[in-house]
Ligand binder design. Structure first.
Ligand code: FAD
Length: 421
């Protein structure tokens, strides 16, 4: 039921109708084309980092749909091939030169935010992009869609993310058995009283913790919306199509005892947070700190043009998320550190996802979200008021734009499901 999906988005000064119109009519047509350009299409990632979270057998996704095919050298545009990878990011000296001459604190909240900034906050482990452990993956050839990854393998990941890192002590609150002792096929989440108690618990949190929970939940919504929108129907021929029943099972207000609507709203929330980060990052991009280099001149010019168009669009949006109200309390420094640490944990838990395709998109989207948070948390460095220069490496830039494109597409898919409904 979409009837409750309207009006104000909690913790923001924005309503769903305005956001949907802005996304569906302006952002989505642009960003969905931008991520098809070569610079954003090839994501360099270490797919085989060890999982340090679970002992013993962590299961394996045997479905063919879980596989990912990395690129060979010949598949890549010349500028991304071995030996050329470094030509896309200016080195630190260039970044120093490109520091802004004056503060860009024209954006609401920047000044207030400044006083809590001490270092550049790194929300994700940064890979050495020249390492041979990293591979390029063609994101168009390996789309995010239904893979069949589910059951205890998947629940264990979501549970570790929510229970151990989202500031929610489910097990203490509701006395549920921990995953290790859990019978194999029982969904641990079913034991959590859903609906009222759950929502009250979220509402009772302080803003910063609520933001953390809501962005993770919004990401979860986006992933599950995508797999419902590109669901596998196997018959004489294989078709990937929207599956309304699957979507309803996950989000219908009656099936989920009201939780579905709140989860869908969290999708709008994470979208607003990443949109705000893009609008703040615009100055950094416009100063030429990121060179969109693939070795194909025409392609690179077009990519730059489209990215500039997107960033301009984000700056014009009138109802941005205001991170300036976060971490204003005297205890904020510790809370902020914990926020960063917990987010890092989440990104590391994704290394334990045993479906390769899900791991790829999980890594990309958490890295994109981590980069958005880094932008929001680093006003001082971005304004040139700190000795440590702000810098984004190619992997961060690619994940930032692609992660935002995923959210944009999910919101667009909601319209598809509304129509089907
Ligand atoms: P799950 O989605 O596993 O959810 C577990 C529990 O979390 C639910 O019972 C509910 O109580 C709670 N919950 C559900 N949604 C939310 C929300 N938005 N906010 C808060 N709580 C919520 N599968 C694919 O087919 N393709 C993919 O690309 C894919 N990528 C994945 C990436 C990651 C990182 C992970 C961990 C899983 C991925 N999956 C993917 C699996 C998918 O997300 C589900 O876990 C799976 O489909 C099983 O769904 P489920 O109905 O059992 O509930």
């Amino acid at each position: 039921c979409f009837c409750q999906l309207s009006g104000q988005i909690d913790d923001c000064f924005c309503d769903i109708e305005t956001l949907e119109k802005f996304n569906n009519e302006q952002v989505f047509p642009l960003v969905s084309q931008l991520v098809k350009r070569d610079f954003f299409r090839y994501y360099k990632v270490n797919m085989f980092k060890p999982c340090n979270y679970f002992d013993g057998d962590i299961g394996f996704c045997e479905s063919e749909s879980c596989g990912v095919k990395p690129c060979s050298e010949e598949d890549l545009p010349v500028g991304l091939r071995n030996g050329n990878f470094n030509k896309h990011t200016p080195d630190t000296e260039d970044v120093e030169c490109n520091k802004p001459k004056k503060s860009i604190s024209d954006i609401n909240g920047t000044l207030r935010w400044d006083k809590h900034d001490d270092t550049v906050h790194q929300f994700c482990d940064i890979d050495d992009e020249s390492s041979i452990e990293l591979q390029y993956i063609d994101l168009i050839a390996n789309p995010e869609r239904y893979t069949g990854y589910k059951g205890p393998m998947a629940w264990r990941i979501w549970r570790a993310i929510y229970e151990e890192n989202c500031f929610i002590a489910f097990s203490k609150l509701f006395c549920i058995t921990r995953p290790e002792t859990m019978s194999q096929n029982v969904n641990p989440f079913k034991r959590i009283p859903q609906g009222k108690i759950h929502r009250q618990h979220i509402i009772g949190m302080c803003l910063e913790k609520r933001v953390f929970y809501r962005v993770i939940s919004g990401l979860h919504t986006s992933i599950n919306t995508h797999l419902s929108a590109k669901y596998l129907f196997e018959g004489n021929i294989v078709i990937w199509e929207a599956n309304l029943a699957e979507f309803q099972r996950r989000f219908d207000k009656d099936v989920t005892k009201g939780e579905g609507t709140a989860r869908l709203k969290n999708l709008y929330f994470i979208y607003l947070l990443e949109l705000r980060a893009l609008s703040k990052a615009a100055e950094y991009f416009n100063r030429g700190n990121v060179v969109l280099f693939t070795g194909r001149d025409k392609e690179d010019v077009k990519t730059k043009e489209m990215l500039t168009q997107l960033l301009d669009l984000t700056k014009k949006f009138p109802m941005h998320f205001d991170e300036g109200v976060m971490f204003q309390d005297k205890n904020s420094r510790g809370l902020k550190r914990e926020f960063v640490q917990r987010f890092l944990n989440v990104t590391r838990i994704i290394d334990c996802v045993t479906c390769e395709k899900c791991r790829l998109w999980g890594k990309l989207q958490t890295q994109g979200l981590g980069t958005a948070l880094k932008v929001l948390f680093s006003a001082k460095e971005m304004n040139g008021k700190s000795d440590s220069p702000f810098q984004l490496i190619r992997q961060e830039v690619v994940s930032l734009i692609n992660a935002f494109a995923r959210l944009s597409e999910s919101i667009k898919y909601l319209q598809t499901f509304k129509t089907l409904h």
